[in-house]
Design a protein around this ligand. Structure first.
Ligand code: GAL
Length: 643
C-alpha cells in the first residue's frame, strides 16, 4: 500500500502557438490548479528541422516559461512523428500492412518497429534530448514515443520485419550446440509436416500474410509474439538512453483495448504506466456495447471500461500509473462524438484517483484551429475562452486541496490478464467474434456489478495467496508454474473455458487440457455456436457461443438443462465449460463470493463503486439520478463515504 499525492496536468503544444502566448497559458494552467504539462512528443521537425541541425532555442524557452510559472514538465520523445527528411534517408522504414501496402507519410506513426535505420535515428534524437534536458530542474518525467500500436501500427509485414522475425525464430528454436537455430525443431514444434510446410532453413520462413488460406496458427502466434517483442525492444532502447542521462521517471502512454503488444513486458522497462482515456470515443468504437448501451451511456461512457484499464495499467506500472490524456469534451475520431454530460470530466478524474492514479492530465490545453484534430475539444476553445471542461478540472483541483491522501489496498478479488492468450484467441477464435479481451472484460463487469474492487494480475504472478478469489478465464496456454501458483494460493479459483488448451508452440497438449492439478477433468470436445443458439443452464443463465464437453470425476456444480456439465469443481478450483452470459456470470460471482466470504453489494445498473483504504467511492454513470447509500446520487455524480 502506498500513499499517493494526486495531481492534475495537461497536454500542451507550445510549437502550435505564438511564443508571446506561452506565459499567459502557463499562468492560466497554474491558476486552474494544474501541476503537470506534457510537451514535445510530436515536435521532431521543430527540434531538428534538417538532419543534424538542432533548434533548441524554442524548446529551452518553452520549458523555462512553463517551469517558471510553477509547472512540472513531462517531456515526450518525438519518435511517433519522424519528419519527412527521416523518410527520405530511410525510404524503406515505413510499416507495411497485411496486404503488402506501405503506410505513407502524412499523418503519424509511419514507421516499422523492426527497421534498424529508423531505430538508429530514434537513438540519435533521444540521446540529444536526454543530454540536453536530462538534468533540467523543470523536468519531472519522460514519455517515450506516443501510444505504441495506435492506428494499427504494431504489426508490420515489411522486409525489415521479415528479416528480424527469422532472427527471432533462430533464437527461439536455438540449436543445442548454441550455434544458430534448429529449423527441424521449429518444424516439429509447429507441425509443418501438415500440408508439406517444412522449412530447410530459417531464411525460407516468410511472414504469415497473403497465404492462400489460413497460415499455420503456430506461425501466426509466433509472429504476434515477435511483433510484441519488437515494441519492447524499441521502447527499451529509448529508456536505456534516457536513464543514462536522467533520474526522472519514464512513462509511456498506453491506449484502451490495444493488445497487440505485451504491456507488462514494455512496462518492465519503465517507472510509470500511463494511459489515454477517451470514454465516449471508446464506447462508440471499441467497448463492444450494444446499440441500447451506446445510447444510454452516450454522454458518460461505459461504466466499466475505464476502470478495467485503470486496474490493468496499475498492474503494468507495478503500482505507479497516470492518466496521460483525459478526454475533456467531444473528440474527433469516433463514429459519433457527443459532448460529455456536465460533471463527467470530474467523475472520470475522480474515478482514476480512486483506482490509484497519481496524476490525471487532460488532452489538450487549447483546441487546435488547424490540421487533423480541429474537431477535438480542449480545456480552452480555439479563441482561448474557457471550454466547459476547464471548470470541472478547476473543481477537482479545489477538491484535491482538502482531500485525504489515497492508499490503494489489495482488492479481495484478482483477475488475470495475459496478452499471449489474447493473441492465441485472435489466431484461433474458433467462432466468429470470440475474443479473450471480451471474455475477461465480461468477468470484470460481473465482478463490478457485485460492487467489488478488483486487482488485475499478470500471468507470471507467483503468489496469489493474499486474494480470496482469483478469476483466470481463457488462458489458452498455462505453463505448469502458473497452474501450480494458482492452485496453491489457497483461494477460490475460477478457470475455463479454453484453459491450457495449447502448449507453448500452439499444439493441443496430451493429456488433454486443462490438466489442472487436483481437478480430474479433460475437455473431450469443443464446439462454437451461433449467438442465437444459447445453451440454457439449470437455475438461470446460458453458455453461449463456445461450449466444451467435459470428461472426468470432478463434481458438477452447474448443469445445462440437458444435464451436461456447465461448471465443475474440486476443492477450491471451479472450471466453467464455456462462455457464460451475464446472468450466469452474476450467479457464478455470487457463489464464489459466498464461498470466499466476500461481501457483495446490490447495485442499480450504471452505478459502480471502488474502495480505497479509507473511502468508498460511488460513481453514477447514468444520465439520471439513482438511489445510493445516502440518498440520491445525481447523474454524473460522485459520492464518497469514509470507512
Ligand atoms: C490520442 C493521441 C493524441 C491525440 C488524441 C486525440 O490517441 O495520443 O495525440 O491524437 O488521441 O483524442
Amino acid at each position: 500500500m502506498t500513499d499517493l499525492k494526486r495531481t492534475l496536468g495537461v497536454c500542451y503544444y507550445p510549437e502550435h502557438w505564438p511564443e508571446e502566448q506561452w506565459a499567459e497559458d502557463a499562468r492560466r494552467m497554474v491558476e486552474t490548479g494544474l501541476t503537470w504539462v506534457r510537451i514535445g512528443e510530436f515536435a521532431w521537425a521543430r527540434i531538428e528541422p534538417e538532419p543534424g541541425r538542432f533548434d533548441w532555442g524554442w524548446l529551452d524557452r518553452a520549458i523555462e516559461t512553463l517551469g517558471a510559472a510553477g509547472l512540472r514538465v513531462v517531456l515526450g520523445t518525438p519518435t511517433a512523428t519522424p519528419p519527412r527528411w527521416v523518410l527520405d534517408r530511410h525510404p524503406d522504414m515505413l510499416a507495411v500492412d497485411a496486404n503488402g501496402r506501405p503506410r505513407k507519410f502524412g499523418s503519424r506513426r509511419h514507421y516499422c518497429f523492426s527497421h534498424r535505420g529508423y531505430l538508429e535515428e530514434c537513438r540519435r534524437i533521444v540521446t540529444a534530448l536526454a543530454e540536453r534536458y536530462g538534468r533540467n530542474p523543470q523536468l519531472g518525467a519522460w514519455q517515450t514515443d506516443n501510444e505504441y500500436g495506435c492506428h494499427d501500427t504494431t504489426l508490420s509485414y515489411s522486409d525489415a520485419a521479415r528479416q528480424a522475425f527469422r532472427d527471432w525464430l533462430r533464437a527461439r528454436y536455438a540449436a543445442p550446440s548454441g550455434n544458430g537455430g534448429d529449423v527441424g525443431a521449429l518444424n516439429r514444434a509447429w507441425g509443418n509436416v501438415f500440408w508439406s510446410m517444412d522449412y530447410a532453413d530459417f531464411d525460407e520462413i516468410d511472414l504469415p500474410n497473403l497465404t492462400v488460406t489460413e497460415p499455420n496458427p503456430a506461425h501466426s502466434h509466433a509472429f504476434l509474439r515477435f511483433s510484441s517483442d519488437q515494441v519492447v525492444r524499441f521502447n527499451r532502447a529509448q529508456a536505456d538512453i534516457i536513464r543514462a542521462h536522467s533520474d526522472a521517471p519514464i512513462a509511456h502512454n498506453y491506449m484502451g483495448r490495444v493488445t497487440e503488444f505485451d504491456h507488462f513486458d514494455v512496462g518492465a522497462d519503465l517507472e510509470i504506466a500511463s494511459w489515454d482515456s477517451y470514454p465516449l470515443g471508446f464506447l462508440e468504437d471499441r467497448v463492444g456495447a450494444s446499440d441500447a448501451e451506446k445510447r444510454h451511456f452516450a454522454r458518460q461512457g461505459d461504466p466499466d471500461f475505464q476502470a478495467f484499464h485503470h486496474d490493468l495499467y496499475r498492474a503494468v506500472g507495478r503500482g505507479r500509473w497516470w492518466i496521460m490524456e483525459q478526454q475533456p469534451g467531444p473528440v474527433n475520431w469516433a463514429p459519433y462524438n457527443p459532448a460529455p454530460l456536465p460533471g463527467m470530466v470530474r467523475l472520470w478524474t475522480w474515478e482514476a484517483f480512486a483506482h490509484g492514479a497519481e496524476a490525471v492530465c487532460y488532452f489538450r490545453w487549447r483546441q487546435a484551429p488547424f490540421a487533423q484534430e480541429q474537431m477535438h475539444a480542449g480545456l480552452l476553445r480555439p479563441d482561448s475562452a474557457e471550454a466547459p471542461a476547464l471548470a470541472e478540472a478547476r473543481h477537482v483541483s479545489e477538491e484535491l486541496a482538502d482531500a485525504k491522501e489515497v492508499s490503494v489496498p489489495r482488492a479481495p478479488v484478482a483477475l488475470i490478464f495475459d496478452y499471449a492468450a489474447e493473441w492465441a484467441w485472435k489466431v484461433q477464435p474458433h467462432g466468429h467474434g470470440l475474443s479473450y479481451f471480451a471474455l475477461v472484460f465480461e468477468h470484470y463487469r460481473a465482478l463490478r456489478r457485485a460492487g467489488l474492487s478488483i486487482d488485475i494480475l499478470p500471468p507470471d504472478v507467483r503468489d496469489v495467496s493474499g486474494y480470496r478469489a482469483v478469476f483466470a478465464p481463457g488462458l489458452m496456454h498455462m505453463p505448469d508454474v502458473l497452474k501450480e501458483t494458482l492452485t496453491a494460493g489457497g483461494c477460490e479459483l475460477v478457470l475455463g473455458p479454453r484453459s491450457g488448451a495449447r502448449d507453448a508452440d500452439f499444439a493441443i497438449p496430451r493429456p488433454l487440457p486443462p490438466a489442472i492439478p487436483g481437478l480430474d477433468i479433460a475437455v473431450a470436445r469443443v464446439e462454437s455456436l451461433r449467438p442465437d443458439m444459447p445453451v440454457a443452464v439449470a437455475g438461470g443463465g446460458h453458455l453461449t457461443r463456445y461450449v466444451e464437453d467435459l470428461e472426468g470425476s470432478a463434481e458438477v456444480v452447474l448443469a445445462t438443462e440437458d444435464g451436461a456439465a456447465a461448471a465443475v469443481r474440486a476443492a477450491r478450483t471451479t472450471y466453467v465449460a464455456g462462455w457464460a452470459d451475464a446472468e450466469l456470470l452474476d450467479r457464478l460471482v455470487r457463489d464464489i463470493a459466498d464461498r470466499a466470504d466476500i461481501a457483495i453489494v446490490d447495485l442499480p445498473p450504471g452505478l459502480r463503486i471502488r474502495d480505497t483504504a479509507t473511502e468508498r467511492f460511488w460513481f453514477n454513470y447514468n444520465p439520471h439520478p439513482v438511489d445510493g447509500p445516502a440518498g440520491r446520487i445525481a447523474p454524473a455524480g460522485v459520492y464518497r463515504e469514509t470507512f
